[in-house]
Design a protein around this ligand. Structure first.
Ligand code: SAM
Ligand code: SF4
Ligand code: F3S
Length: 442
């Protein structure tokens, strides 16, 4: 069978990893990847349920697909990801154009489901939490990712149940992949030419397999001589254990950007959210890390306007942003999600919400602009990921994940190159390759 599959991915990095792994799986039954959604035999939508009208977006997208294929052979339509898990067979009932609904812990069943559908025209819904079998199956399938910077999922699911969040319902309970399975997949990525591995999990620092923790994994992965950089995301403040903090003393390849979502700077709101940590506990983690390595910077996620957030709570969040000088952070207005504890709480007036969001985003942007402009005329180590679109320059990232564009060559891809920063804006640094290696790296 030679067929083409088009995958559209919404949501977080874990969905991106999953989409790539789905490609690896369906290859086995003869599917090839296409970037052109108009000529696919199979249209797969990997969905996200975290905010807003996620479900409606999916049906809207299916409407578009229907139009495109009106005069053509109907593709097999598959919905995967967190909306698939949350809505399951209800999706097929509401939109019969959908053929398969497959939840995040059932991707190992995708080939059988597709073949079954082709043979018997059967509509299929696979939404069991079968995580162990999924990862056992995946461990036998080569990971074809050869991007300079590649994701590697080590943990899935969440037991924390923050009151606003759908993840524990859509990804299931916390599950950690066996240590050796992850090291083998990392070796596979190294063999493909990967230079940076980003370890992923909904609560990546809750990783625990036997007596192995995230700290052990990082130290093991950085032993590969070909690996230049290691990162991990997303962490929960409560799981920033001392072993993880302490490896910043010895690690050679773990990058100095710590993405640690706090959500709010007010203890009252953190409590209402059921976050299970206080602002002080968060600050202690920050202080310990800065003491070990003053180069470390933090990024975070903030939810603005959680029900009950008063002006003084919002001020606390604002003050915390000033204090920690977060870079590369995200902020979102609270979005009530079906099935969560916070679903039916009384919402704050929209005008107030927009004003608060604007203030926080302006502050975060200001931090980013200041951070970037302070780098002008400094030399940074940049891991080169690719050519720019017009192929006249190269694109890479600084140690803090900030995109850097400079006058490199194709041969620089996959290498760490010292770059003198000449110009900056909020999101990007522009520089020139330093040929004289005596220049001091910032
Ligand atoms: N596990 C991570 C943690 O504990 O912070 C977060 C994972 S979640 C996929 C990513 C971000 O989405 C969260 O940090 C939060 O800021 C945001 N988020 C989750 N639910 C939300 C909601 N109902 N409304 C607005 N933002 C939300
Ligand atoms: Fe969601 Fe909270 Fe779990 Fe993060 S820790 S995934 S925010 S429930
Ligand atoms: Fe979205 Fe699911 Fe990720 S809800 S953010 S795709 S874990």
């Amino acid at each position: 069978m030679s067929q083409k599959i088009f995958i559209k991915t919404f949501g977080c990095q874990m969905n991106e990893y999953d989409s790539n792994r789905i490609f690896d799986i369906v290859k086995k039954i003869g599917f090839q990847k296409t970037e052109n959604y108009e000529d696919a035999n199979c249209y797969l939508l990997n969905t996200c349920h975290i905010r807003d009208k996620a479900k409606e977006k999916v049906y809207h997208e299916i409407g578009r697909v229907k139009k495109i294929y009106r005069t053509k052979q109907k593709p097999i339509v598959i919905i995967t990801g967190c909306v698939a898990q949350a809505e399951n067979e209800e999706m097929i009932r509401r939109e019969p154009y959908i053929d398969l609904v497959i939840g995040p812990q059932s991707y190992h069943k995708i080939n059988n489901s597709i073949l079954n559908h082709i043979e018997k025209r059967k509509k299929i819904d696979e939404t069991e939490f079968d995580t162990d079998n999924k990862f056992n199956y995946l461990s036998k399938i080569k990971n074809y990712s050869s991007k300079v910077s590649s994701f590697l999922t080590i943990q899935e699911g969440c037991d924390k149940f923050c009151n606003f969040c759908v993840v524990p319902y859509t990804r299931g309970p916390e599950y950690s992949r066996p240590f050796i399975q992850i090291v083998n997949e990392a070796k596979n990525l190294v063999d493909n030419g990967v230079k940076e591995i980003i370890l992923l999990g909904q609560n990546v620092n809750a990783y625990k397999s036997g007596n192995k923790r995230l700290s052990n994994l990082i130290l093991e992965i950085e032993k590969f001589p070909e690996i230049e950089r290691v990162r991990y995301t997303t962490s929960h403040p409560k799981d920033m254990t001392s072993d993880l903090i302490d490896i910043y003393k010895e690690t050679k390849k773990l990058m100095p950007l710590v993405h640690l979502p706090i959500q709010s700077g007010s203890n009252k709101i953190l409590n209402l959210m059921n976050r299970k940590h206080t602002v002080n506990e968060y600050l202690k983690v920050f202080d310990k890390l800065i003491e070990i390595n003053p180069k470390i910077m933090f990024s975070s996620d903030f939810i603005i306007g959680y029900p009950g957030e008063e002006e003084s709570d919002f001020r606390d969040t604002f003050d915390l942003i000033n204090k920690i000088n977060f870079i590369n952070s995200y902020s979102f207005i609270f979005s009530p999600r079906p099935g969560t504890q916070a679903e039916n709480l009384r919402l704050i007036d929209k005008k107030i919400l927009s004003k608060r969001l604007e203030m926080v985003q302006n502050k975060l942007f200001e931090n980013q602009i200041n951070m970037n402009s302070s780098l002008e005329n400094k030399v940074l180590n940049v891991l080169v990921e690719n050519l720019t679109k017009d192929e006249s320059m190269v694109f890479g990232r600084s140690e803090y994940m900030t995109p850097v564009i400079f006058n490199g060559k194709k041969e620089d891809i996959g290498k760490i190159i010292p770059v003198k920063i000449k110009k900056t804006n909020r999101s990007t640094l522009f520089g020139e390759k330093v040929n004289n290696l005596d220049q001091k790296v910032a």
